[in-house]
Ligand binder design. Structure first.
Ligand code: ZN
Ligand code: ZN
Length: 353
Protein backbone atom coordinates (compact mmCIF):
# COMPACT_ATOMS: atom_id res chain seq x y z
CA UNK A 1 0.00 0.00 0.00
CA UNK A 2 1.12 3.55 -0.72
CA UNK A 3 2.26 5.00 2.63
CA UNK A 4 2.10 8.57 1.42
CA UNK A 5 -1.57 8.20 0.48
CA UNK A 6 -2.30 6.43 3.77
CA UNK A 7 -0.74 9.29 5.76
CA UNK A 8 -2.66 11.82 3.70
CA UNK A 9 -5.93 9.96 4.30
CA UNK A 10 -5.27 9.99 8.01
CA UNK A 11 -4.85 13.76 8.05
CA UNK A 12 -7.98 14.21 5.92
CA UNK A 13 -9.82 12.19 8.51
CA UNK A 14 -8.48 14.32 11.33
CA UNK A 15 -9.78 17.39 9.50
CA UNK A 16 -13.25 15.87 8.92
CA UNK A 17 -12.80 15.64 5.17
CA UNK A 18 -14.08 12.60 3.27
CA UNK A 19 -12.11 13.41 0.12
CA UNK A 20 -9.57 15.68 -1.55
CA UNK A 21 -8.57 16.78 -5.04
CA UNK A 22 -4.86 17.41 -5.62
CA UNK A 23 -3.25 18.77 -8.77
CA UNK A 24 -0.28 20.92 -7.83
CA UNK A 25 2.38 19.00 -9.80
CA UNK A 26 4.67 18.23 -6.83
CA UNK A 27 1.80 17.13 -4.59
CA UNK A 28 0.27 15.07 -7.37
CA UNK A 29 3.58 13.34 -8.00
CA UNK A 30 4.15 12.82 -4.28
CA UNK A 31 0.87 10.95 -3.84
CA UNK A 32 0.57 9.11 -7.15
CA UNK A 33 4.03 8.89 -8.75
CA UNK A 34 2.65 10.53 -11.91
CA UNK A 35 5.32 12.58 -13.72
CA UNK A 36 3.17 14.03 -16.50
CA UNK A 37 1.86 17.57 -16.63
CA UNK A 38 -1.91 17.17 -16.43
CA UNK A 39 -4.13 15.16 -14.12
CA UNK A 40 -6.05 15.15 -10.85
CA UNK A 41 -5.51 12.92 -7.83
CA UNK A 42 -8.83 12.33 -6.09
CA UNK A 43 -8.66 10.54 -2.76
CA UNK A 44 -11.90 9.25 -1.25
CA UNK A 45 -12.58 7.09 1.78
CA UNK A 46 -13.00 4.02 -0.39
CA UNK A 47 -10.74 4.52 -3.36
CA UNK A 48 -7.95 6.54 -4.98
CA UNK A 49 -8.62 7.93 -8.45
CA UNK A 50 -6.35 9.50 -11.01
CA UNK A 51 -8.37 11.55 -13.47
CA UNK A 52 -6.67 12.64 -16.66
CA UNK A 53 -7.25 13.15 -20.38
CA UNK A 54 -6.57 11.02 -23.44
CA UNK A 55 -2.89 12.05 -23.61
CA UNK A 56 -1.94 10.64 -20.21
CA UNK A 57 -4.21 7.63 -19.60
CA UNK A 58 -1.54 5.14 -20.62
CA UNK A 59 1.25 6.83 -18.62
CA UNK A 60 -0.96 7.14 -15.54
CA UNK A 61 -1.94 3.48 -15.64
CA UNK A 62 1.77 2.56 -15.55
CA UNK A 63 2.86 5.09 -12.91
CA UNK A 64 -0.05 5.41 -10.49
CA UNK A 65 -0.05 2.20 -8.46
CA UNK A 66 -3.14 1.75 -6.32
CA UNK A 67 -5.16 4.29 -8.31
CA UNK A 68 -8.14 3.72 -10.57
CA UNK A 69 -7.54 5.71 -13.76
CA UNK A 70 -10.49 7.67 -15.10
CA UNK A 71 -10.56 9.64 -18.35
CA UNK A 72 -12.27 12.99 -18.57
CA UNK A 73 -13.60 14.02 -21.95
CA UNK A 74 -15.80 16.77 -23.40
CA UNK A 75 -18.82 14.51 -22.80
CA UNK A 76 -17.82 13.44 -19.32
CA UNK A 77 -15.98 16.29 -17.70
CA UNK A 78 -13.92 16.33 -14.51
CA UNK A 79 -16.93 17.93 -12.78
CA UNK A 80 -19.29 15.18 -14.03
CA UNK A 81 -16.93 12.56 -12.61
CA UNK A 82 -16.58 14.34 -9.25
CA UNK A 83 -20.36 14.75 -9.02
CA UNK A 84 -20.81 10.99 -9.62
CA UNK A 85 -18.47 10.04 -6.78
CA UNK A 86 -20.86 11.11 -4.01
CA UNK A 87 -18.37 13.34 -2.21
CA UNK A 88 -19.35 15.65 0.64
CA UNK A 89 -16.42 17.64 2.01
CA UNK A 90 -13.76 17.92 -0.68
CA UNK A 91 -10.34 19.27 0.37
CA UNK A 92 -8.55 21.39 -2.24
CA UNK A 93 -5.15 23.08 -2.44
CA UNK A 94 -6.14 26.62 -1.51
CA UNK A 95 -2.57 27.91 -1.84
CA UNK A 96 -2.39 26.65 -5.43
CA UNK A 97 -5.86 26.72 -7.02
CA UNK A 98 -6.58 29.92 -8.94
CA UNK A 99 -9.62 32.06 -8.26
CA UNK A 100 -11.11 31.12 -11.63
CA UNK A 101 -10.58 27.38 -10.99
CA UNK A 102 -12.16 27.80 -7.57
CA UNK A 103 -15.16 29.58 -9.09
CA UNK A 104 -15.55 26.81 -11.69
CA UNK A 105 -15.49 24.14 -8.98
CA UNK A 106 -18.04 26.08 -6.96
CA UNK A 107 -20.37 26.55 -9.95
CA UNK A 108 -20.16 23.03 -11.33
CA UNK A 109 -19.95 20.77 -8.28
CA UNK A 110 -23.34 19.76 -6.88
CA UNK A 111 -23.78 19.26 -3.16
CA UNK A 112 -20.02 19.12 -2.54
CA UNK A 113 -18.50 21.68 -0.22
CA UNK A 114 -14.94 22.77 -0.91
CA UNK A 115 -12.63 22.90 2.12
CA UNK A 116 -9.11 24.36 2.14
CA UNK A 117 -6.32 21.80 2.72
CA UNK A 118 -4.06 24.60 3.98
CA UNK A 119 -0.61 23.14 4.77
CA UNK A 120 -1.66 19.46 5.13
CA UNK A 121 0.47 18.27 2.22
CA UNK A 122 3.41 20.58 3.03
CA UNK A 123 3.50 19.04 6.50
CA UNK A 124 3.45 15.48 5.15
CA UNK A 125 6.15 16.22 2.60
CA UNK A 126 8.48 17.70 5.24
CA UNK A 127 9.44 14.25 6.51
CA UNK A 128 11.06 12.19 3.81
CA UNK A 129 10.90 8.45 3.20
CA UNK A 130 14.17 6.60 2.72
CA UNK A 131 13.59 6.39 -1.04
CA UNK A 132 13.14 10.16 -1.22
CA UNK A 133 16.34 10.73 0.76
CA UNK A 134 18.22 8.49 -1.68
CA UNK A 135 17.07 10.58 -4.66
CA UNK A 136 18.06 13.81 -2.89
CA UNK A 137 21.46 12.31 -2.00
CA UNK A 138 22.05 11.53 -5.64
CA UNK A 139 21.03 15.07 -6.66
CA UNK A 140 23.43 16.47 -4.03
CA UNK A 141 26.22 14.22 -5.23
CA UNK A 142 25.84 15.46 -8.81
CA UNK A 143 26.00 19.06 -7.54
CA UNK A 144 29.17 18.24 -5.57
CA UNK A 145 30.78 16.78 -8.69
CA UNK A 146 29.76 19.90 -10.63
CA UNK A 147 31.48 22.09 -8.03
CA UNK A 148 34.71 20.12 -8.27
CA UNK A 149 34.55 20.42 -12.05
CA UNK A 150 33.76 24.14 -12.12
CA UNK A 151 36.72 25.00 -9.89
CA UNK A 152 38.89 23.86 -12.82
CA UNK A 153 36.90 26.01 -15.26
CA UNK A 154 36.72 29.36 -13.44
CA UNK A 155 39.52 31.65 -14.62
CA UNK A 156 39.82 35.41 -15.06
CA UNK A 157 38.15 36.31 -18.37
CA UNK A 158 35.27 33.79 -18.27
CA UNK A 159 31.77 35.26 -17.80
CA UNK A 160 29.34 34.29 -15.05
CA UNK A 161 26.96 33.14 -17.78
CA UNK A 162 29.53 30.73 -19.22
CA UNK A 163 30.21 29.33 -15.74
CA UNK A 164 26.48 28.73 -15.19
CA UNK A 165 26.17 26.98 -18.56
CA UNK A 166 29.11 24.72 -17.73
CA UNK A 167 27.61 23.79 -14.36
CA UNK A 168 24.20 23.04 -15.86
CA UNK A 169 25.61 21.10 -18.79
CA UNK A 170 27.76 19.02 -16.44
CA UNK A 171 24.84 18.16 -14.17
CA UNK A 172 22.64 17.10 -17.08
CA UNK A 173 25.38 14.87 -18.44
CA UNK A 174 25.46 13.18 -15.02
CA UNK A 175 21.76 12.32 -15.21
CA UNK A 176 20.00 15.41 -13.86
CA UNK A 177 16.78 16.27 -15.71
CA UNK A 178 17.14 19.97 -14.99
CA UNK A 179 18.31 22.58 -12.54
CA UNK A 180 16.49 23.19 -9.26
CA UNK A 181 16.47 26.95 -10.03
CA UNK A 182 18.34 29.47 -12.22
CA UNK A 183 21.96 29.04 -11.17
CA UNK A 184 23.45 31.89 -9.19
CA UNK A 185 26.93 32.88 -10.29
CA UNK A 186 27.68 36.25 -8.71
CA UNK A 187 31.20 37.65 -8.89
CA UNK A 188 32.96 40.70 -7.53
CA UNK A 189 30.58 43.33 -6.18
CA UNK A 190 27.67 41.33 -7.63
CA UNK A 191 28.30 38.69 -4.93
CA UNK A 192 26.78 41.16 -2.47
CA UNK A 193 23.41 40.31 -4.06
CA UNK A 194 22.18 37.15 -2.32
CA UNK A 195 20.31 36.09 -5.48
CA UNK A 196 22.50 37.41 -8.26
CA UNK A 197 21.67 35.06 -11.14
CA UNK A 198 24.46 34.64 -13.67
CA UNK A 199 25.03 37.72 -15.84
CA UNK A 200 27.40 38.50 -18.71
CA UNK A 201 29.90 40.06 -16.29
CA UNK A 202 33.46 38.91 -16.85
CA UNK A 203 35.08 37.32 -13.79
CA UNK A 204 38.25 39.11 -12.73
CA UNK A 205 41.23 38.43 -10.55
CA UNK A 206 40.46 39.13 -6.89
CA UNK A 207 36.71 38.51 -7.28
CA UNK A 208 34.64 36.58 -4.82
CA UNK A 209 32.48 34.18 -6.86
CA UNK A 210 29.32 32.87 -5.18
CA UNK A 211 28.01 29.72 -6.84
CA UNK A 212 24.53 28.65 -5.72
CA UNK A 213 23.01 25.85 -7.74
CA UNK A 214 21.36 22.47 -7.68
CA UNK A 215 19.82 19.87 -9.92
CA UNK A 216 16.72 17.70 -10.16
CA UNK A 217 17.17 13.94 -10.05
CA UNK A 218 14.09 11.72 -10.40
CA UNK A 219 11.98 14.72 -9.41
CA UNK A 220 13.99 15.61 -6.28
CA UNK A 221 16.09 18.75 -5.89
CA UNK A 222 19.50 19.57 -4.50
CA UNK A 223 20.76 22.98 -3.44
CA UNK A 224 24.28 24.05 -2.45
CA UNK A 225 26.41 27.19 -2.33
CA UNK A 226 30.14 27.73 -2.24
CA UNK A 227 32.01 31.03 -2.47
CA UNK A 228 35.51 30.99 -3.94
CA UNK A 229 38.10 33.69 -4.60
CA UNK A 230 39.79 34.06 -7.99
CA UNK A 231 43.47 34.63 -7.20
CA UNK A 232 44.63 35.52 -3.70
CA UNK A 233 42.06 36.41 -1.06
CA UNK A 234 42.38 39.78 0.67
CA UNK A 235 42.39 40.02 4.47
CA UNK A 236 38.85 41.38 4.43
CA UNK A 237 37.65 38.55 2.18
CA UNK A 238 39.22 36.03 4.56
CA UNK A 239 37.64 37.72 7.56
CA UNK A 240 34.08 37.61 6.17
CA UNK A 241 34.55 34.10 4.85
CA UNK A 242 35.66 32.77 8.22
CA UNK A 243 32.73 34.36 10.06
CA UNK A 244 30.25 32.77 7.64
CA UNK A 245 32.04 29.43 7.90
CA UNK A 246 31.96 29.49 11.69
CA UNK A 247 28.25 30.36 11.65
CA UNK A 248 27.53 27.59 9.14
CA UNK A 249 29.45 24.91 11.02
CA UNK A 250 28.13 25.89 14.44
CA UNK A 251 24.58 25.68 13.10
CA UNK A 252 25.38 22.22 11.70
CA UNK A 253 26.35 21.07 15.17
CA UNK A 254 23.15 22.52 16.64
CA UNK A 255 20.68 21.07 14.13
CA UNK A 256 18.96 18.03 15.60
CA UNK A 257 15.42 16.80 16.24
CA UNK A 258 13.51 18.96 18.71
CA UNK A 259 14.90 22.39 17.91
CA UNK A 260 12.80 24.88 15.97
CA UNK A 261 13.73 26.56 12.71
CA UNK A 262 13.93 29.75 14.74
CA UNK A 263 16.47 28.31 17.19
CA UNK A 264 18.67 26.91 14.41
CA UNK A 265 18.67 30.30 12.68
CA UNK A 266 19.54 32.02 15.95
CA UNK A 267 22.71 29.96 16.43
CA UNK A 268 24.19 31.15 13.12
CA UNK A 269 22.77 34.67 13.40
CA UNK A 270 24.23 35.06 16.90
CA UNK A 271 27.75 34.41 15.62
CA UNK A 272 27.39 36.81 12.69
CA UNK A 273 25.90 39.49 14.96
CA UNK A 274 28.67 39.08 17.55
CA UNK A 275 31.25 39.81 14.82
CA UNK A 276 29.37 42.99 13.88
CA UNK A 277 27.88 41.78 10.58
CA UNK A 278 24.29 41.15 11.76
CA UNK A 279 22.71 43.73 9.48
CA UNK A 280 24.38 42.09 6.46
CA UNK A 281 22.72 38.69 6.97
CA UNK A 282 19.27 39.62 5.69
CA UNK A 283 17.76 36.21 4.95
CA UNK A 284 16.86 33.08 6.87
CA UNK A 285 19.35 30.29 7.65
CA UNK A 286 17.69 27.69 5.47
CA UNK A 287 14.68 25.89 4.06
CA UNK A 288 13.32 22.44 3.38
CA UNK A 289 14.22 20.75 0.08
CA UNK A 290 12.44 17.92 -1.69
CA UNK A 291 10.24 17.84 -4.78
CA UNK A 292 10.48 21.63 -4.57
CA UNK A 293 13.71 23.46 -3.90
CA UNK A 294 12.03 25.72 -1.36
CA UNK A 295 9.56 23.93 0.86
CA UNK A 296 8.76 23.51 4.54
CA UNK A 297 10.22 23.77 7.12
CA UNK A 298 11.71 27.26 7.25
CA UNK A 299 14.83 27.92 9.29
CA UNK A 300 14.48 31.63 9.90
CA UNK A 301 13.57 34.18 12.59
CA UNK A 302 9.95 33.23 11.75
CA UNK A 303 10.50 29.45 11.63
CA UNK A 304 8.00 27.81 13.98
CA UNK A 305 8.33 24.23 12.74
CA UNK A 306 10.13 21.80 15.03
CA UNK A 307 12.86 19.89 13.25
CA UNK A 308 12.40 16.12 13.11
CA UNK A 309 14.38 13.15 11.85
CA UNK A 310 14.32 12.69 8.05
CA UNK A 311 13.65 16.32 7.26
CA UNK A 312 15.96 17.57 4.50
CA UNK A 313 16.97 21.20 4.96
CA UNK A 314 19.71 23.66 4.06
CA UNK A 315 22.16 25.49 6.32
CA UNK A 316 23.18 28.63 4.43
CA UNK A 317 24.22 31.72 6.34
CA UNK A 318 25.75 34.64 4.44
CA UNK A 319 27.21 38.11 4.78
CA UNK A 320 26.68 40.63 1.98
CA UNK A 321 28.58 43.90 2.06
CA UNK A 322 27.26 46.45 -0.44
CA UNK A 323 29.99 47.71 -2.81
CA UNK A 324 32.35 45.01 -1.61
CA UNK A 325 30.93 41.53 -2.11
CA UNK A 326 29.41 38.67 -0.24
CA UNK A 327 29.89 35.13 1.00
CA UNK A 328 27.38 32.36 1.43
CA UNK A 329 28.13 28.74 2.31
CA UNK A 330 25.27 26.26 1.94
CA UNK A 331 25.08 22.57 2.72
CA UNK A 332 22.10 20.33 2.09
CA UNK A 333 21.59 18.17 5.17
CA UNK A 334 19.26 15.49 6.48
CA UNK A 335 18.16 15.60 10.12
CA UNK A 336 18.99 12.27 11.80
CA UNK A 337 17.87 10.72 15.10
CA UNK A 338 20.44 12.66 17.11
CA UNK A 339 21.86 15.36 14.86
CA UNK A 340 22.23 15.81 11.15
CA UNK A 341 24.20 14.43 8.22
CA UNK A 342 25.64 16.49 5.39
CA UNK A 343 24.48 15.51 1.93
CA UNK A 344 26.66 18.24 0.36
CA UNK A 345 30.20 16.99 0.77
CA UNK A 346 32.21 19.65 -1.07
CA UNK A 347 35.06 21.20 0.92
CA UNK A 348 34.29 24.37 2.84
CA UNK A 349 37.70 25.96 3.41
CA UNK A 350 38.34 29.15 1.43
CA UNK A 351 39.34 28.03 -2.06
CA UNK A 352 41.64 30.40 -3.99
CA UNK A 353 41.55 29.57 -7.69
ZN1 ZN B 1 21.03 27.56 -2.69
ZN1 ZN C 1 18.98 27.25 -0.46
Amino acid sequence: MNNKVERFKKSLNENNLDSAIVFKPENRRYLSGFTGTSGYVVITEEKNFFITDFRYVNQASKQCEGFEILKHTNDRTLYDILNELGLKNLGFEDAFVTVSQYNDFNDKLMGISLKPLRDTLDKLRMIKDQDEIEEIKKAAQIADEAFEYICEVIKPGITEWEVALEIENFMKKKGATGTSFDSIVASGIRSSMPHGVASHKVIENGDFVTLDFGCIYNGYCSDMTRTVVVGKASEKQKEIYNVVLEAQETALEAIKPGITGYEADKVARGIIEAKGFGEYFGHGLGHGVGLEVHESPRLSPLGKDILKANMVVTDEPGIYLPDFGGVRIEDLIVVTENGCERLSKSPKHLIEL
